[in-house]
Ligand binder design. Structure first.
Ligand SMILES: *Cc1c(COP(=O)(O)O)cnc(C)c1O
Length: 368
């Protein structure tokens, strides 16, 4: 075993364990040459909907497409406002902007790093159409409070569950609590394809139907288009691969949770702030994120020892050049800005072993 090189994510280790099944699935698609949508995709959609406990799922080309199509299906567009978090991947806000709407960034909770649900109501204006929370790192947002606000103000509630496959809040799977859930199957996600892919989940048949049409050029039948749609379909190779991997997702999630528990235990006697897992939450640890005031020192040291640590995300979205100039010039988000300077993502993948975890922690403790 190589202790001197521990990546942030190891997709090779995962493939090694399921190689035969994956290769068979790929061969099956090559043999039947139905490469876009078709039975592979609808089979995966059914399996994934049932995993999320939703009425239906629609396979799309990426997580970004899932978010964009979800917002579009809700009729969100020019001059509308969508309340979201700045402490997330660019795609969350990008999808809002792509519709012509404006992302309204509010601050995060200092424990979960998710949108601060107590600040949402104050941000609502007569232009607000939706709330878009992100279950960041795999820790669920406090959805009951958001559901209540959405209901009272007649807003859409769209979940960015790109990092939260299998996460639960009060026993409810992320992605089925709001009106729509948006998932990414980017290779490094907890459920990852071997290319770009995503899905939308919902219990609303009308919304599912609308998104099914939008992803496929607004088609009703092969030759009839009832609206201007998009080319955002899932392909069959990704669906076949995802169907194999979905069967292992719970096992992999439990492995991630075990790794997080061991990290927590080993770091407990240090100055490092470990991730929080609320009582009512099932965290799926897409990322294991610690905080320290000596961030850059710790990060440099980890990297010098061959440990693939990362920062998710160093620049909050309201500070990104594209947004800082336009619309959010005077937005100040104190918690978001402070935390962005203190976070480090440690190696996290189901195959990470105990020796490697001890080595990562020991390396951190050489600094703090
Ligand atoms: C990965 C990710 C996305 C985008 O997904 P893609 O499949 O890469 O388009 C959106 N939001 C969050 C929070 C993500 O982590």
């Amino acid at each position: 075993m190589n202790l001197t090189k521990i990546p942030l994510v190891d997709l090779n280790a995962q493939y090694a364990g399921i190689r035969r099944e994956i290769n068979q699935a790929i061969q099956r698609v090559l043999n039947n040459t139905s490469f876009i949508l078709g039975k592979e995709v609808s089979d995966f959609e059914q399996a994934f909907a049932s995993y999320v406990n939703a009425t239906g799922a629609v396979g799309v080309a990426s997580g970004t497409a899932a978010l964009f199509l979800a917002l579009s299906a809700c009729g969100i567009g020019h001059d509308d406002e969508v309340i979201t978090t700045a402490h997330t991947f660019m795609a969350t806000a990008e999808a809002i902007s792509q519709t012509g709407a404006r992302p309204i960034f509010i601050d995060i909770d200092s424990k979960t790093y998710n949108i601060d649900v107590d600040l949402v109501e104050d941000a609502i204006t007569n232009k607000t159409r939706a709330i878009l929370p992100v279950h960041l790192y795999g820790h669920p947002v406090q959805m009951d409070q958001l559901s209540d606000i959405a209901k009272r103000h007649n807003l859409w509630l769209i979940e960015d569950a790109a990092q939260a496959h299998g996460a639960k809040y009060k026993g409810q799977p992320c992605g089925r609590i709001g009106h729509i859930g948006c998932f990414s199957f980017y290779p490094g996600k907890n459920l990852g394809a071997y290319g770009d892919a995503g899905a939308v989940t919902s219990n609303d048949e009308e919304l599912l139907k609308k998104i099914r049409s939008l992803r496929n050029h607004g088609r009703m039948t092969k030759y009839e288009h009832k609206e201007v749609g998009f080319g955002e379909r899932m392909d069959a190779l990704q669906a076949a691969i995802l169907s194999v991997k979905l069967q292992y997702l719970e096992e992999w999630t439990e492995a991630r949770r075990d790794i997080a528990r061991l990290y927590n235990r080993l770091l407990a006697d240090s100055d490092i702030t470990i991730p929080c897992e609320l009582q009512e939450a099932r965290h799926v640890y897409h990322l294991y994120v610690i905080r320290t005031l000596q961030r850059d020192k710790v990060l440099d040291h980890l990297r010098s020892k061959g440990i693939g640590a990362g920062i998710h995300y160093p620049i909050p979205l309201h500070r990104q050049p594209v947004y800082a100039k336009q619309i959010n010039a005077n937005v100040f988000l104190p918690v978001t800005e402070r935390i962005a300077k203190e976070i480090i993502s440690l190696p996290m993948y189901p195959e990470l072993n105990e020796k490697q975890i001890h080595y990562v922690v020991q390396t951190i403790k050489e600094v703090v």
